[in-house]
Design a protein around this ligand. Structure first.
Ligand SMILES: Nc1nc2c(ncn2[C@@H]2O[C@H](COP(=O)(O)OP(=O)(O)OP(=O)(O)O)[C@@H](O)[C@H]2O)c(=O)[nH]1
Ligand SMILES: [Mg+2]
Length: 209
């Protein structure tokens, strides 16, 4: 089945900022299913959340990496949450701050009981970085359920997207017997929006919510 089939009619029409926290143990505990977004700084996490919610400024974005520095929660459709996380591995952020981010992310991912899926974002304009490989493998070791989303596809031609997907698969196959799903996207052109929305709504529905 090609990625463009399976078009859904579902769309997010309600999204509200709940709050920001700097430590996992401060976030309100809830049973509401949560979808979190992670990836290197500047990969487009906050932009993707805005695109999926049909909003321009719900999650704060910036061309300067390191914009999102806290765990940000959003209530979506009053049925589930989105969680915008800080980026990992941004070299220009001080080591102390990077350690804080890593600890924050690490605790959240290991302890958040209601985490349904983590979307790991990879910038499709470039090859998969060692940092991404390590992070994806860490998720495997820690049994964090994840789906990979390729971002900024508007900067690539269809053939280049195909080539990059093959590269990613080859890289992942070094560590993974069963390849994780990779969904190409663009917050500019809304590429991948239907597939991601469908994935999210179906996931929530599978919980009977
Ligand atoms: N061309 C293109 N640029 C994008 C896309 N998504 C995000 N950007 C740009 O990438 C930059 C970073 O976007 P953010 O959404 O703030 O990235 P982030 O991953 O949340 O970054 P941090 O919070 O700093 O970790 C901004 O200048 C966006 O305009 C996309 O789909 N295509
Ligand atoms: Mg951000």
């Amino acid at each position: 089945m090609s990625l463009n089939q399976n078009i859904n009619t579902m769309d997010i029409s309600y999204a509200e900022f709940i709050g920001s926290w700097e430590r996992n143990d401060q976030i309100p505990q809830t049973q509401v299913p949560e979808f979190a977004f992670i990836g290197r700084s500047n990969v487009g996490k906050s932009s993707l959340i805005n695109m999926l919610c049909n909003r321009k400024k719900l999650a704060k974005t910036s061309s300067t990496p390191g914009k999102t520095q806290l765990i940000n929660l959003f209530k979506i459709e009053k049925r589930f949450h989105f969680c915008d996380l800080p980026g990992y591995g941004y070299a220009k952020v001080s080591k102390t701050k990077r350690d804080v981010f890593n600890r924050m992310i690490n605790h959240y991912l290991r302890e958040r009981q209601n985490l349904f899926t983590l979307f790991i974002l990879l910038d499709m304009r470039v090859e998969m970085q060692e940092l991404d490989v390590n992070f994806i493998n860490w998720c495997g070791t820690n049994e964090v359920p994840f789906t990979i989303v390729g971002t900024k596809c508007d900067a690539l031609k269809p053939k280049q997207i195909e080539t990059r997907l093959l590269q990613y698969e080859e890289k992942l196959s070094e560590n993974w017997a069963e390849l994780p799903t990779i969904i190409p996207s663009s917050s500019k052109t809304k590429m991948g929006k239907d597939i991601l929305t469908d994935f999210i709504f179906n996931g929530v529905k599978s919980l009977g919510i």
